[in-house]
Design a binder for this molecule. Structure first.
Ligand code: NAD
Ligand code: UD1
Length: 336
């Protein structure tokens, strides 16, 4: 299939492009490079042997999108483009609503004009808010605690309404748990700008000597060791979840919702110790107060995705941290 991949030079998008190419699909990458580097395209080519077509531009630009759909015969769209920093979204909510919500509406309108009726959207486990219990199923109630999360929830709701009004469309909402890891080649990985917000990139930067020590946000949660528990999923497994959705859902009209997680919860300290073993060095850390908005435990019930998509995550925690370390140690300053 010819697949338009918005945000295709970003962390998850670039790994998905490699998996698409390996499976014989043709990704066309659209990205404005606001949070990625065009060098990623060289790395994709090095790994996959083919360089995807790259179109630099913004998904909020109507004429740009119309020209893409007029020029290329697109079968389906995987929509990763978006902003994802929770703290920044609290300070600059309009920036998030404009980029994530207006951007998506503009994309769907352009698809509608071009009669491209299959969309896969990057949603997040953040739409479950503070869940009443774990593991989390797709039918659990949704809520948002910050503008980033609200932008994901708003888009989910807009897309459901749109699909109901246009029953021949296929819209798949993929709710990611915590993506980590890197391509096994060590050529692609996560390259956060500034101080990393997420745990594993921070740990990796401590291991490589870019940061002195990790702050562990709270050790008084009601969890086995008191630190927060999350469902960490290897980015290549996550990418494969998109391919499964593309294969199984493109020609199935409806709104389809899937958790993409492993079903396994790991604590902050378990992650630190696993990383220490992979990097063969100690990760200094200190216990800090809880981070505002954090929850104790969050992990998926992945059974519905497995039943419907025939997909499940297969890479274990050791692979996640070893691949992260390979990427970070080979590229201590990311793509540069
Ligand atoms: P990323 O920042 O690495 O990739 C997003 C890409 O989108 C970047 O390359 C950026 O330049 C591009 N982009 C942003 N706004 C754009 C616009 N208006 N026009 C064109 N390109 C634009 O992030 P990621 O981790 O790869 O995340 C991909 C998607 O998955 C995002 O929508 C994110 O919200 C969602 N998500 C990510 C996580 C996570 O932990 N990484 C978890 C849940 C959901
Ligand atoms: C964060 C976002 C969430 C987003 C998700 C995936 C917040 C409040 N939430 O969630 O909206 O969907 O990333 O991108 O930012 N931790 C530390 N020290 C650190 C960093 C993290 O102890 O320096 C802890 C956290 O308290 C948490 C765990 O590590 O218990 C994972 O944190 P993180 O990687 O930020 O992911 P989430 O909190 O799940």
């Amino acid at each position: 299939m010819n697949v338009l991949v918005t945000g295709g030079s970003g962390y998850i998008g670039s790994h998905t492009c490699i998996q698409l190419l390996s499976a014989g699909h043709t990704p066309i990458v659209v990205d404005n490079l606001c949070n990625s580097n065009s060098l990623v395209l060289n790395r994709i080519e090095q790994v996959a042997g083919t360089r995807p077509l790259f179109l630099k531009g913004d998904i909020r630009d109507r004429a740009f999108l119309d020209s893409i759909f007029a020029t290329h015969d697109i079968d389906s769209v995987i929509h990763f483009a978006g902003l994802k920093a929770v703290g920044e979204s609290v300070a600059l909510p309009l920036k998030y609503y404009d980029n994530n919500v207006s951007g998506t509406l503009n994309l769907v309108s352009a698809m509608d004009r071009a009669e491209v009726k299959s969309l896969i959207f990057s949603s997040s486990a953040t739409v479950y808010g503070d869940p009443a219990s774990v593991p989390i199923r797709e039918d659990f109630p949704t809520s948002a605690t910050n503008p980033y999360g609200r932008s994901k929830l708003m888009v989910e709701e807009c897309l459901r309404d749109f699909q109901q009004a246009n029953p021949d469309w296929s819209i798949t909402l993929l709710r990611y748990f915590n993506p980590v890891g890197a391509h096994e080649s060590g050529l692609l990985g996560e390259d956060p700008q500034g101080t990393p917000n997420n745990l594993l990139p921070f740990v990796a930067q401590v291991a490589v000597g870019r940061r002195e020590k990790l702050g562990v946000f709270g050790n008084d949660y009601n969890t086995p060791d008191g630190t927060g528990v999350r469902d960490y999923i290897h980015v290549v497994d996550l990418a494969d979840g998109h391919l499964a959705a593309l294969d199984k859902m493109t020609h199935q009209p409806g709104t389809h919702i899937f958790n993409l997680g492993t079903g396994q919860g790991n604590s902050v300290l378990e992650m630190v110790h696993a990383f220490e073993a992979a990097a063969k060095r100690s990760i200094p850390y200190e216990i800090k107060p809880r981070r505002a908005g954090d929850i104790a435990e969050c992990y998926a019930d992945p059974a519905y995705a497995e039943a419907q998509l025939g997909w499940k995550a297969i890479r274990d925690l050791q692979t996640m941290v070893e691949d992260t370390w390979r990427w970070q140690s080979k590229n201590p300053h990311g793509y540069c």
